[in-house]
Design a protein around this ligand. Structure first.
Ligand SMILES: Cc1ncc(COP(=O)(O)O)c(C=O)c1O
Length: 398
């Protein structure tokens, strides 16, 4: 199917904006809001004036505040969410290991397993929550499986009970990729309280940012020390130029940490706004044909990094990308995260040739569409987003 014309003779009389009708909203509602405020700017300037440009006191302060905010014992800053994954994996996963990981999401979750010399064993996801399906993962265990990585995608925690139960029964280590899920909770506790390590990203589009940046949380002091060592050239603390491990330079700067502290202070309020926006969108969209609204995993405090609908393309005369184009013509921005399953990426197919079908991940890659849900949206904009989605879905219905 796919690529049906945007409008046929059967389309309703109120023509879609894409064909010259009146758009729902004249100015595009952006799908992200990534502006920094005065607090962030003055905090960064203060550090710049101090001359302390590398990792220092601000990073330590940021780590303490972030550990407390996520319910973790220890937090370690790093220069982005990808190096956070790499640093978390290295002490836990060995070369030659098999590591269970979701087939749907962002490539770094899997590519850093490969960077470690281990093999990602892709698992399908739950179509309601977009997160790893622990029952599917259990079917894919091999004698070399040592760990499971679960992503908390779009701000929605994976089923942590199911992941930990599998890990306990099979003696697996657990890493959570929470790049998109700062301040998310599981059964009322911060997600940093679970697993061997949890990683985060502060890329500009995330719920909080430091420009580029990342963090690792853990409750294991020894693991925290090992990660700190690897982050700084394997150099023993207090012993300059004494290198006891093959490490990296994945440090964050104090300028970025100062921005992060200011962003973290705003995050509870912004998260509450995202959650209210998500709930409002769900109530407005629940009866729209061919649209499935997102569901928080039971037990999870979803922080709505993305509000991801499923466009049921089999019920429509257009595919998801055409749906997005029609929405843009109505003045509503959207984004496709992700147009391919990770297991379908060319480099992954090359490096992991034993490819298994991932029906749910492949379906989500055709259906998922992220609508604006950020803290800057007004009540009117939320109504306009829902109105535009309903207008496009109704006009395109088969
Ligand atoms: C799920 C997930 N993991 C890892 C990353 C990597 O983070 P970064 O871009 O900060 O390296 C991202 C960033 O988009 C992500 O969404």
């Amino acid at each position: 199917m796919a690529h049906a014309p945007a409008r046929s003779a059967a389309a309703p009389a109120d023509r879609l904006a894409a064909e010259g009708g009146t758009p729902v909203c004249r100015e595009l509602i952006p799908v992200v809001s990534a502006r920094l405020g005065e607090e962030e700017i003055s905090a960064a300037v203060e550090v710049l004036r101090s001359g302390q440009l590398r990792q220092g006191k601000k990073c330590v302060e940021f780590e303490a505040a972030f550990a407390a905010a996520t319910g973790a014992g220890f937090a370690l800053t790093t220069c982005n969410g990808t190096t956070a994954l790499q640093l978390a994996y290295e002490p836990i996963i060995g070369p030659g290991d098999d590591v269970l990981c979701p087939a749907y999401g962002f490539i770094a979750t899997a590519s850093m397993i490969l960077a470690r010399g281990a093999r990602p064993v892709f698992c399908d996801v739950d179509e309601r929550t977009f997160n790893i399906d622990a029952a599917d993962a259990e079917q894919r265990l091999t004698p070399r499986t040592t760990a499971i990585v679960a992503t908390h995608l779009y701000g929605n925690p994976a089923d942590i009970d199911a992941v930990e139960d599998l890990a306990d029964r099979r003696g697996l280590s657990v890493v959570y990729d929470a790049a998109q899920s700062h301040l998310a909770t599981w059964r009322g506790q911060g997600i940093g309280a679970f697993g061997h390590a949890t990683t985060y990203s502060f890329y500009p589009t995330k719920n909080m940012t430091t420009g580029e940046g990342g963090m690792i949380t853990t409750n294991d002091e020894e693991l925290a020390q090992r990660i700190a060592l690897l982050r700084d050239h394997g150099m023993e603390p207090g012993k300059r130029y004494h290198h006891v491990a093959l490490g990296y330079n994945y440090r964050l700067t104090d300028v970025a940490a100062a921005i992060g502290l200011a962003q973290l202070a705003r995050l509870p309020e912004r998260t509450a706004r995202r959650q209210a926006n998500g709930a409002r969108l769900t109530s407005l969209l629940k009866d729209v044909p061919a649209v499935i609204t997102p569901l928080a995993t039971e037990g999870a405090g979803h922080v709505y990094h993305q509000y991801t609908i499923r466009v049921q393309v089999d019920q429509l005369r257009c595919d998801r990308d055409e749906f997005a184009r029609l929405l843009a013509a109505e003045g509503v921005g959207s984004a496709t995260h992700y147009p391919r399953a990770i297991s379908d990426q060319p480099i992954i197919a090359e490096l992991v040739p034993e490819r298994e079908p991932m029906p749910i991940s492949e379906m989500l890659a055709r259906q998922a569409l992220c609508l604006p849900v950020h803290h800057d949206l007004t009540a009117t904009q939320l109504d306009q987003i829902a109105e535009a989605v309903a207008k496009v879905a109704t006009a395109m219905q088969r």
